[in-house]
Design a protein around this ligand. Structure first.
Ligand code: AVJ
Length: 325
C-alpha cells in the first residue's frame, strides 16, 4: 500500500511539474478529488445552482425500477467514480434481492469517501457484498472484472455504472476511447449506464459552476491546497481566483484558476519555482455538455447500442442505458 501511495504521489508530482511548466498551464481534474476535494464536491452537489445531482437523482428515483427490470437481479455492479454512492443507492435498493447475494464494486480515487460509503452501504444492504476499490477507473475496473471472473459465487453478468456526468470531464476522443475499452472488456449480456449532462441555456450552466455560496471556488482552489500539502509548496490561495464559464464553441464548461498578481511559487518536492503572470490561468477542468444525437453517435462509435435514454422533463440530464452492439 505504501508503495502504491508513493507511486501515486510521484505521478502527481510529475503531472504538476509538466502542467505548470508549459505556457498554457493545466492540471488533470482527477487531482481535484483528495479527501478535502471530495468533501467539497459533496457540498457542491447540494447547492441550489448545481442542478446535475438533483436532476440525475430524480431520474433514478423515477426509473430505477425499469433499469432493474432490464438488468435483472442476477447482476454484479461496477461503478466508476462512486464517490458517496448516494445515487447508486437508489439503484441498489431495486437490485438487492432476497434470493441471491449480489456484489457491488465501487471504484474511487478517494479512499476515505470509499471507506465511509462502504460502511454505510453494508449496514443498509445486508444482502449486498460491497468490495470498494481505491483506484482510478481502468485499474479499478480490471481488478473488479478479475474478481468477478475468478469467483463462482459472483454473477458474471455485469452492470457498469458511470454517473454524474463524469464522462463530461473527457475530451470527445478520450470519452470514445474509454467506452471502447469498456466495450472490449464487457460481454454481450452486460450493461452500461452513463449519466450525461445535456446542453441547455448558458446562464443555467454558468450558474451551476459559480454557486453563490462559493463551494465550487473552494473546490477549485483546493487543488492548490493539495499541492501545498502533498508537494510542499506555498501557494497563497488568496492570490488565485476561481473562474468557470461555458465555452460555446467547444460545448464545455471550463474551470480555471487565475493568478491575481505576478508571482512566483516554490514547490519543494520538485525543487522548482513556477512563475505566474497577472491574469495567467491554470486550466483545471472541462465539463462537456452533450445532446442526444451526440450521445447516440458516441455509443455507436464505441460499439454500444442505446437501449434507453432516461431524461427529466426539462431534458437537462440524460441517463443512457447502453448494451454492447
Ligand atoms: C463530477 C465531473 C461531473 O463537471 O459537473 C462540479 C465536477 N466541477 N463543479 C462536473 C464539478 C465543478 C463535476 N463532475
Amino acid at each position: 500500500m505504501a508503495l502504491q501511495q508513493n507511486r501515486e504521489l510521484e505521478e502527481f508530482a510529475d503531472e504538476v511539474a509538466r502542467g505548470l511548466a508549459i505556457h498554457n498551464k493545466t492540471l488533470n481534474s482527477k487531482y481535484l478529488y483528495d479527501k478535502v476535494g471530495s468533501q467539497l464536491f459533496e457540498q457542491i452537489c447540494i447547492q441550489p445552482e448545481y442542478y446535475l445531482t438533483r436532476t440525475e437523482t430524480s431520474i433514478l428515483n423515477k426509473h430505477a425500477h425499469v433499469i432493474a427490470k432490464l438488468t435483472g437481479t442476477n447482476i454484479s455492479i461496477i461503478e466508476l467514480g462512486s464517490g458517496s454512492s448516494s445515487k447508486t443507492t437508489i439503484l441498489l435498493s431495486h437490485l438487492a434481492s432476497q434470493k441471491k447475494r449480489i456484489f457491488y464494486f465501487p471504484i474511487d480515487v478517494s479512499k476515505s469517501i470509499l471507506t465511509d460509503s462502504a460502511r454505510r452501504l453494508e449496514s443498509q444492504f445486508p444482502n449486498i457484498n460491497i468490495i470498494g476499490i481505491p483506484s482510478s477507473y481502468n485499474i479499478g475496473f480490471e481488478r473488479a472484472a478479475k474478481r468477478i471472473a475468478c469467483d463462482d459465487k459472483i454473477s458474471d453478468r455485469k452492470l457498469v455504472v458511470f454517473l454524474g456526468s463524469s464522462i463530461g470531464n473527457f475530451e470527445l476522443a478520450h470519452a470514445r476511447h474509454l467506452l471502447e475499452t469498456l466495450r472490449e472488456r464487457l460481454d454481450t449480456n452486460d450493461f452500461l449506464l452513463v449519466g450525461f449532462d445535456l446542453q441547455k441555456e448558458v446562464s443555467v450552466l454558468n450558474a451551476a459552476y459559480n454557486d453563490k455560496a462559493g463551494m465550487t471556488a473552494r473546490f477549485n482552489l483546493n487543488l492548490l491546497g493539495r499541492i501545498n500539502r502533498e508537494l510542499g509548496s506555498k501557494f497563497d490561495l488568496g492570490k488565485f481566483a476561481h473562474c468557470a464559464f461555458y465555452n460555446e464553441d467547444k460545448q464545455r464548461i471550463e474551470m480555471h484558476l487565475v493568478s491575481k498578481a505576478e508571482q512566483e511559487v516554490y514547490v519543494g518536492a520538485l525543487d522548482t519555482v513556477f512563475a505566474f503572470r497577472k491574469g495567467e490561468t491554470i486550466h483545471t477542468e472541462n465539463s462537456y455538455k452533450y445532446n442526444l444525437d451526440q450521445i447516440a453517435m458516441l455509443a455507436e462509435e464505441s460499439g454500444f447500442a442505446i437501449n434507453r435514454n432516461f431524461t427529466d422533463k426539462k431534458k437537462w440530464f440524460d441517463l443512457a442505458f447502453f448494451s454492447p452492439a
